[in-house]
Design a protein around this ligand. Structure first.
Ligand SMILES: Nc1ncnc2c1ncn2[C@@H]1O[C@H](COP(=O)(O)OP(=O)(O)OP(=O)(O)O)[C@@H](O)[C@H]1O
Length: 376
């Protein structure tokens, strides 16, 4: 089953932070009552529309319900899904994806997804057997580092027909319950590259990718359905004059800005009348890993995180423009299913029986045998 659709773009404004207020920043954003348009009333006046806009004061649950829940439902039907957070440094990406505390109402999208997937599994019929596999890595200075083990610091990206684009030798762990996943996330988060800057005491210096792969086997009909879910917390773009970056933090900032530019170029080629035959996915590790999520076989939601403060007006407008472009990307998602030989036979027979011209039994048998051989 295939379905085409645009990337869904959700915008979230966080409250003003102390450092913005201390610089005399005032809120320049007004979100309309319908929650799909916002006005920026700063030095520049502009209006932007998205699938949904959350003003500061919205809850983590509201963001999850709109931005993530439908993608989780799709992944459980066998589609690939991606949710990623984009925005300038300290705009609230990690707050949105993980939250400040995974054990409270303030928990972010990833812990909510994990608990929801396992409650779905608990309620599913016993004839379905599930496996949940996770990996967790970061792209730091254009190198892929495994966050689930020490020393695995320069992983390579490969592609084949079976798996599509994947990170070779990334640790993959099978999970039994949500607490397992949360423990894995916590230990991965401890390995993440974080630094203090003038804009954020815990600024992520890498793009992190938390990948969950859910496979369901129908023990009666046979056949396997697999949905891959990419949960991506991007490093924030930053103006080094504002973050005060120097030394390693400055090198990190240059790499972050470079890979975010590569992401911008990919989005530009997929939209704005660009040449879809030559989308520069290979220009950065980030865009290569997100290849299927941007213009490919996935349901994708992008959450653009913004500051409402006049202090960050320019960055907010540039993030909102980025979101507008991303909204034009078209994906074509298909259910990843492998039928058993028996199920294929049943389907061919059904098709032959409903065809308007009748096919001789002998010919039908021939087809059935051929397809079941192919399926083995
Ligand atoms: N919706 C929110 N409500 C309350 N506080 C928030 C919200 N969003 C972000 N914050 C606070 O703002 C600060 C920066 O948030 P966060 O670290 O999530 O930003 P970020 O976009 O991930 O930054 P970076 O790109 O530098 O890693 C944190 O102290 C966080 O707690």
């Amino acid at each position: 089953m295939a379905s085409s659709g645009n990337v869904k773009v959700v915008c979230r404004f966080r409250p003003q932070l102390a450092n913005e207020l201390s610089k005399g920043g005032n809120s320049i954003v007004r979100v309309d009552a319908g929650g799909t348009a916002c006005q920026i009333n700063g030095q520049r006046k502009a209006t932007f529309s998205f699938d949904k806009i959350f003003a500061d004061g919205c809850t983590q649950e509201e963001v999850y319900d709109y931005a993530a829940k439908p993608i989780v439902e799709d992944v459980l039907k066998g589609y690939n899904g991606t949710i990623f957070a984009y925005g300038q440094t300290s705009s609230g990406k990690t707050h949105t994806m993980e939250g400040p505390n995974v054990d409270s109402e303030e928990r972010g999208i990833i812990p909510r997804i994990v608990y929801n997937i396992f409650s779905y599994i608990d309620l599913a019929p016993e004839t379905l057997e599930f496996t949940v596999r996770v990996s967790y890595f970061e792209i730091y200075m254009e190198r892929i580092r495994d966050l689930l083990t020490d020393g695995n610091v320069n992983l390579q990206i490969h592609e084949n027909r079976e798996r599509g684009v994947y990170v070779r030798h990334a640790t993959e762990l099978y999970m039994q319950d949500p607490e397992d996943v949360m423990a894995v996330m916590r230990s991965g988060a401890e390995r993440r590259s974080v630094a203090a800057t003038n804009m954020n005491d815990h600024s992520s210096r890498s793009h992190s990718v938390f990948l969950m792969e859910i496979t369901q086997k129908d023990t009666i009909k046979g056949g396997l359905k697999t949905g891959k879910l990419f949960l991506v917390d991007l490093a924030g773009s930053e103006k080094v004059s504002k973050t005060g970056a120097d030394g390693t933090v400055l090198d990190e900032a240059k790499n972050i800005n470079k890979s975010l530019s590569a992401l911008g170029l990919v989005i530009m080629s997929l939209t704005e009348g660009g040449n879809r035959q030559h989308v520069p996915y290979r220009d950065s590790k980030l865009t290569r890993i997100l290849q299927e999520s941007l213009g490919g076989n996935a349901r994708t939601t992008m959450i653009i995180c913004c500051s409402p403060s006049s202090y960050n007006e320019q960055e907010t407008i540039s993030t909102l423009r980025f979101g507008l472009r991303a909204k034009k990307i078209k994906n074509k998602a298909v259910v990843n299913v492998k039928y058993s030989a028996e199920e294929l036979e049943r389907q061919v027979c059904r098709q032959n029986q409903t065809a308007s011209f009748s096919v001789a039994c002998r010919s039908c048998d021939t087809h059935v045998r051929l397809l079941s051989l192919l399926a083995r």
